[in-house]
Design a protein. Structure first.
Length: 213
């Protein structure tokens, strides 16, 4: 893994997206909002968001090689989540689930008000980072506390690209298959071999153990 990422729990990536890419993805969120396709969630109840907005998924996949280079290891995509944040929103201090081993929070659109993201380094130091449209922060969301304090602006659009290390202990979360299967009524029965980074298993329908995905 990139030693700077490992030592700090984060990596600043200016211009991860071009200005055009950032604007196009922001417009995709605005369009989804106008169509009523965004919803609030428990983590950010004053804002609207969605999983796997298709233009974002395409961009997440297109960036796999770059993210692998930045991370220092091959990565596999898991999922995308994005929100249009409103005034007063807070992201409470938290860590992420296994599908978010290598994550990027990316600014797509902002007003004149900065909204820093905070993260705790391995030594306990708490640092913050402001992002402009197209900028990203790569971070280790499963092991590092991260949060945002109350947003004082009016609107800011952010998207998260989530990945796992292809040869790491969380590799079985590629394409977020565990959550996707659970939503369809399946539970996962797997045996993950950390030494060889191989996942052996199957999804079993909860109401019919003989039926497999």
């Amino acid at each position: 893994m990139n030693h700077i990422l490992e030592q700090n729990n984060y990596l600043h990536v200016p211009n991860f997206l071009t200005a055009q890419e950032a604007n196009e993805l922001a417009q995709a969120f605005f369009s989804a909002k106008n169509k009523g396709e965004l919803v609030s969630d428990i983590q950010a109840p004053s804002s609207l968001g969605t999983y796997n907005l298709f233009p974002c998924v395409k961009t997440m996949i297109k960036k796999v090689s770059l993210v692998s280079e930045l991370c220092g290891e091959d990565v596999l995509p898991t999922y995308v989540y994005g929100r249009i944040y409103n005034k007063g929103e807070v992201l409470v201090r938290h860590r992420d689930r296994a599908a978010c081993e290598i994550s990027l929070t990316i600014n797509l659109q902002k007003d004149e008000t900065d909204w820093p993201i905070w993260i705790q380094k391995p030594n306990g130091e708490e640092v913050s980072l402001n992002l402009n449209p197209g900028d990203a922060m790569m971070y280790l969301g499963c092991t590092a506390d991260h949060w945002r304090e109350a947003y004082q602006g009016n609107m800011q659009t952010q998207v998260f690209f989530h990945y796992v290390r292809a040869n790491g202990p969380r590799a079985y979360n590629y394409f977020d298959i565990e959550v996707a299967a659970r939503k369809r009524g399946y539970v996962k029965m797997y045996d993950f071999d950390i030494e060889f980074a191989q996942c052996h298993g199957k999804y079993v329908k909860t109401f019919n153990p003989e039926e497999t995905l």
